[in-house]
Design a protein around this ligand. Structure first.
Ligand code: ARG
Length: 464
């Protein structure tokens, strides 16, 4: 291995295990594009303010571009003894153009270098996940619209649950729009995070700024940042931009995990609400009948990693004094992992949901069971002037009776109903269908098809 770029004060060679432990090039080579973009902006600025001559700038830029071409072509030799992406690129530049390469690092430190590289990466990742989240949301809205008329022209009705006990009937489209609403906020969180991290730390140098007359506004603008960071200690020492990205990832992963759980449950033989497409399910090596929801199970399981990446970096950051500490090298892998994981899950669900077949007969039958229209019966009495609490008590008694005798509300006799309350009858009990229950819920944001259609139309307009 060649002499370290920082080797001046060292007499003894680095221990081999230390070299291995210290090196980040195995993963931070993923920042190569950002690193070279940062260096190109830095060297151009050094030329503009007269720190380097136009000839020096030209040689360095040409060398960096050639290195970038090698990296893109897969022809670059990444060396562990050169520790990280920054020193691999700089050492390769020296191999290529000679000692003038050493002028690139004027007025710069690896601390602001890595901070700018990683911000560029994370900002792009946040905007990319915002787009992918939006794409899945568009699929959800499309499904919501489709399912408004998919049961022979009528909307598909689903049991709505609380505590996983049947609560009230809802439209399947309403359910889809609930996930669309979550995804809308998820997209917003990525965009907000991208906007807040839109500041360039380049020129903060090691921690205290630099005596060189750098133009931080110029490099910030050249790299597409809104402005430079205002404080050099903060610029090199803070990773809350990555934490915010990881938080947005964790919340999105939680939403996708809830969706996964519902799909897994609803695809079981016992529920039978839906059939997942063959293209997105797998078989068993021993049980010929199996069709397993692996995609959803993995999406649910991977939420654990994505949460872990957030918790991991929070824990790394919490005990570190200002400004840079090598602990912060631990900031990258979790961000890469959460980004890659969610990119795939978002794509899989965007492909899978339109190919999922819902079984309207099964969902409607399930929606009718479990006394799902008991609230409607109580509302019927309350509309006739019975105080709602009293109506609740009356219907609760009927539910108890029906449940003890293995019946539904519509199976109760006229006498049973009338003795619970004189306003009740078999006609009343039978008029309380799941369709009527849904239709009645006309409140803003409610499950009546007109209200759901409004949600769909608003979402489509927002997505257009
Ligand atoms: N590989 C390092 C990291 O990812 C780059 C910054 C190193 N700075 C330093 N002073 N050792 O954090």
């Amino acid at each position: 291995s060649d002499k370290k770029l920082w080797g001046g004060r060292f007499a003894e060679a680095t221990d081999r295990l230390v070299e291995l432990f210290n090196a980040s090039v195995g993963f931070d080579q993923r920042l190569a594009e950002q690193d070279i973009r940062g260096s190109l902006a830095h060297v151009a600025m050094l030329g503009q303010v007269g720190i380097l001559t136009p000839d020096e700038v030209g040689q360095i830029q040409e060398g960096l571009r050639a290195i970038l071409a090698d990296i893109r072509a897969g022809e670059f030799e990444w060396r562990l003894d050169r520790e990280d992406v920054h020193m691999n690129v700089e050492a390769a530049l020296r191999d290529r153009i000679g000692p003038v390469a050493g002028k690139l690092h004027t007025a710069r430190s690896r601390n602001d270098q890595v901070a700018v590289d990683f911000r560029l990466f994370t900002k792009e990742a946040a905007l990319d996940l915002a787009e992918k989240t939006r794409a899945l949301r568009a699929v959800m809205v499309g499904e919501a619209e489709k399912q408004l008329t998919s049961d022979g022209g009528e909307p598909i009705i689903l049991p709505g649950y609380t505590h996983l006990q049947v609560a009230q009937p809802i439209l399947l489209s309403h359910w889809f729009m609930a996930y669309a609403a979550m995804l809308e906020r998820d997209e917003g969180r990525f965009r907000d995070a991208a906007e807040r991290m839109d500041e360039s730390p380049l020129g903060s140098s090691a921690l205290a700024g630099t005596p060189w007359p750098v133009d931080r506004h110029a490099t910030a603008a050249a790299l597409g940042f809104a402005r430079p960071t205002a404080n050099s200690l903060d610029g090199v020492g803070s990773r809350d931009f990555a934490l915010e990205f990881l938080s947005a990832c964790a919340i999105l992963a939680a939403h996708l995990s809830r969706l996964s759980e519902e799909l897994i449950l609803y695809s079981t033989f016992e529920f039978g609400f839906l059939t997942l497409p063959d293209s997105h399910t797998t078989g068993s090596s021993i049980m010929p009948q199996k069709k397993n929801p692996d995609v959803s199970e993995l999406a649910r399981g991977k939420a654990g990693r994505v949460f872990g990446n957030l918790m991991g970096l929070l824990t790394v950051v919490k005990g570190t004094p200002l400004a840079y500490n090598k602990d912060l090298q631990e900031d990258k892998e979790g961000v890469f992992d959460s980004y890659d994981t969610l990119s795939v899950v978002l794509r899989l669900y965007a492909d899978m949901l339109p190919k999922t077949v819902w079984h309207a007969g099964a969902t409607k039958a399930a929606a009718a069971r479990g006394f799902s229209t008991a609230t409607d019966l109580a509302d019927f009495l309350a509309r006739a002037g019975v105080p709602f609490r009293e109506a609740h008590e009356v219907v609760g008694g009927l539910v108890g009776l029906a449940s003890r005798t293995g019946r539904q509300l519509w199976d109760l006799t006229d006498e049973e109903l009338r003795s619970a309350h004189p306003l009740l009858s078999v006609d009343v009990a039978r008029s309380l269908t799941v369709e009527e229950s849904v239709k009645a819920r006309q409140s803003y944001g409610g499950t009546a098809s007109e209200r759901v259609r409004e949600q769909v139309e608003a979402a489509k307009a927002a997505l257009a």
